[in-house]
Design a protein around this ligand. Structure first.
Ligand code: NAD
Length: 373
């Protein structure tokens, strides 16, 4: 089995889908690995580091020739997949809802595309979950990005020249990214509060030493859908939440928003009026900006100032920590493929539960239930 590791082509993408560590492990399973020239450069991994562990380093056409598995961070541009063998697997974060037309192209190429963001949230798949590994780093980086834009310090400091008060940080959406944002802001000495629609997060917020801010007394709303994901909330809930946030947000220095609903635009959590209620010099980081944004006025790829408030909308935040993000992403892919490696067949053979969850194309067709309507 030959595994191809492609150089990412999307602008600003600095991650790579395999590291020398995972390449060595794939070779240990009996696979051959071919890495495209320069694939690791954005994550500070030199070509020779791959060659040193036994990979072939070559141009794209040579890397793709006869490959049974093609690895990527993002789904490769179908126009660059000339020579791909029919039935070859494409294993990457394919953004199946955002890049629906591309999924059709993979089907037309005869590829078997596996969307790693569809990994089921079950215990045995935790080590294969790219959303978790990358969100964790995003949550951390969001706080550092906020600190860099903020004209004040995070911790309280008592100096001979007087006291500097601690920054007040609100984290909205307490999933993987939000939990790491809370922990990071706490480590920097901020006073942290947090909110989510899932009641289960209250305990988690408390356990990290932050203050939970929750909508109470809205009957019949649990806020938790299947697999631990949020469901879209009722209008009643949204109104109650907006009111609570309005009162709280005006007193905050930093807000980090992370709220996502899979397959749907991100929920709008902060209106322009709420932005304007914050003190000048406050900072908002919108981690959902590429899914439509949690914050009115956030612009993907930009830091904008609205009513004196800086709204940070960096794209692809994990790529801003490209070395660690690559290391974890690469391990997720290795953990996935090695868990199903069939020694006799010399390749991975997926079971039904995980195979059906992640496989989006097969036999020339789009096969995933969430993509076929
Ligand atoms: P996510 O990225 O889908 O969403 C981020 C957070 O935003 C979630 O906590 C969500 O509840 C919240 N949110 C959505 N709408 C909101 C709104 N209107 N207002 C406020 N908050 C809102 O979530 P995630 O980080 O992927 O994690 C979701 C859950 O799944 C967590 O409990 C996590 O621990 C769990 N998880 C389990 C596994 C596993 O078992 N393999 C893996 C990863 C995550």
């Amino acid at each position: 089995m030959k595994i191809a590791v492609l150089k990412e082509t999307v602008a600003g993408e600095r991650r790579v889908s395999a590291t020398p560590e995972t390449v060595k492990k794939f070779i240990g399973l009996g696979a051959q690995v071919a890495v495209e020239v320069g694939a690791g450069a954005g994550a500070s991994i030199a070509d020779h580091a791959y060659a040193d562990v036994g990979a072939t380093v070559a141009g794209r056409a040579e890397v793709l020739a006869d490959a049974g598995i093609v690895l990527g961070v993002q789904g490769p541009d179908p126009d660059t997949l000339g020579g791909l063998a029919p039935g070859a697997w494409i294993v990457a974060g394919l953004n199946p809802f955002g890049e629906r037309a591309r999924i059709d192209r993979y089907a037309a190429l005869g590829a078997e595309a596996l969307a790693m963001e569809f990994m089921p949230r079950i215990t045995r798949a935790q080590s294969m979950d790219i959303l978790s590994s990358q969100s964790n780093l995003s949550g951390y980086k969001a706080v550092l990005d906020a600190a860099a834009e903020y004209d004040r310090a995070f911790p309280m400091m008592m100096t001979a020249a007087g006291t500097v008060s601690a920054a007040k940080v609100l984290v909205m959406g307490v999933g993987v990214a939000g939990l790491q944002a809370i922990a990071t802001a706490r480590r920097l000495g901020a006073q942290v509060s947090a909110t989510d629609v899932r009641a289960a997060t209250r305990e988690q917020i408390l356990s990290l030493g932050a203050k939970p801010i929750f909508v109470e007394k809205v009957a019949g709303i649990e806020g938790e859908g299947s697999g631990g994901y949020a469901t879209e909330m009722s209008d009643e809930y949204k109104a109650a939440q907006a009111e609570l946030v309005s009162a709280h947000i005006a007193k905050q220095d930093i807000v980090i928003t992370t709220a996502l609903i899979p397959g749907r635009p991100a929920p709008r959590l902060i209106s322009a009026a709420q932005v304007a209620s914050m003190k000048p010099g406050s900072v908002i980081v919108d981690l959902a900006v590429e899914q439509g944004g949690n914050v009115e006025g956030a612009v993907a790829g930009e830091v904008v100032t609205v009513s004196g408030v800086r709204i940070v909308g960096h794209r692809n935040v994990p790529s801003r920590l490209s070395a660690d993000a690559s290391a974890l992403f690469a391990r997720n892919l290795f953990n996935f493929l090695s868990a199903f490696w069939d020694k006799e067949a010399g390749k991975p053979v997926l079971d039904e539960e995980i195979g059906n969850a992640v496989r989006v194309t097969q036999g020339g067709k789009v096969v995933h239930e969430r993509l076929v309507s």
